[in-house]
Design a protein around this ligand. Structure first.
Ligand SMILES: Nc1ncnc2c1ncn2[C@@H]1O[C@H](COP(=O)(O)OP(=O)(O)O)[C@@H](O)[C@H]1O
Ligand SMILES: [Mg+2]
Length: 243
């Protein structure tokens, strides 16, 4: 099956500094796929390039057969891709309810929007209980739920999640990963998950990609072999590496 989303040889620079080179990944419809890699290897950069926040110097991002690199982020949301950024950016002085509502800002079907908010409350009963509280009164784990709920309000076909488990207590990590699985199964949402928590991500994902820098130690850790000077991505299958 042709991938629903594909990047080919992406190159991205911040000013003169080239940070990603040769990023090629493919995600099949309906799957959960993970991107792993050390801190600073370019994982966030890849997600931001897919969602249109960064225009790559070279390479392509293809979604449902259409080249989308260089398109406006809003257009990309309308096409069905929604990103949950790292760091849980909430609107602190808005209520939980209004934060969720903001996720549907491109939609005109107000009645359906209300229905979707109820659906979010059924995924996240904790948010329903806290519906009228200011968002900054939520714990880290609850804020992560809030940003996921907000991203789902655009009814995405594909969800990009940037390190959703970062800094959360183990019980919340389990909960968040459970919900990601549920969303994938019930909403048929294709999921691209960036994680530091390799163990949890691998339990969830059908396959993944490792972003490599020129660091033989990192390569050895993930791939079990030392190769000098490779850069770019390697696709792996669970069973091969993680037995
Ligand atoms: N806005 C920016 N300006 C300059 N350099 C950046 C910027 N954002 C990220 N970088 C650099 O790009 C590299 C990749 O960053 P990032 O994509 O955030 O990695 P990751 O998400 O894997 O930790 C890092 O070396 C980082 O310091
Ligand atoms: Mg990052």
């Amino acid at each position: 099956m042709a991938p629903i989303l594909e990047t080919k040889n992406l190159e991205v620079s911040y000013g003169p500094v080239n940070v990603t080179k040769g990023i090629s990944i493919g995600i099949e419809e309906g799957k959960i796929v993970t991107i792993l890699g050390a801190n600073g290897s370019g994982k966030t950069t890849i997600l931001r390039t897919i969602s249109g926040l960064i225009v790559p110097d070279k390479g392509t991002v293809t979604y449902k057969g259409k080249a989308i690199q260089g398109m406006e982020p809003e257009e990309i949301v309308k096409m069905g891709i929604s990103q949950v950024p790292e760091g849980r950016e909430i609107f602190q002085d808005l209520s939980v309810y209004k934060n969720i509502l903001m996720g549907g800002f491109t939609r005109k079907d107000k009645k359906e929007v209300e229905k979707d908010i109820d659906r979010m409350y059924s995924y996240f009963p904790l948010l329903k209980e806290r519906s009228n509280q200011y968002a900054d009164t939520l714990s880290g784990g609850e804020q992560q739920m809030l940003v996921i709920a907000r991203a789902l309000m655009s009814r995405p076909h594909m969800l990009l999640l940037d390190e959703p488990s970062l800094g959360l207590a183990p019980a919340f990590v389990k909960k968040i990963f459970g919900i990601i699985k549920q969303i994938n199964e019930e909403e048929k949402t294709t999921i691209l998950l960036v994680e530091q928590n390799a163990k949890m991500a691998l339990e969830l994902a059908s396959h993944g990609f490792i972003v490599l820098r020129k660091n033989p130690d990192v390569q050895e850790f993930y791939l079990g072999v030392r190769e000098e000077g490779i850069r770019g991505t390697r696709r792996w299958k669970k069973k091969k590496v993680w037995r």
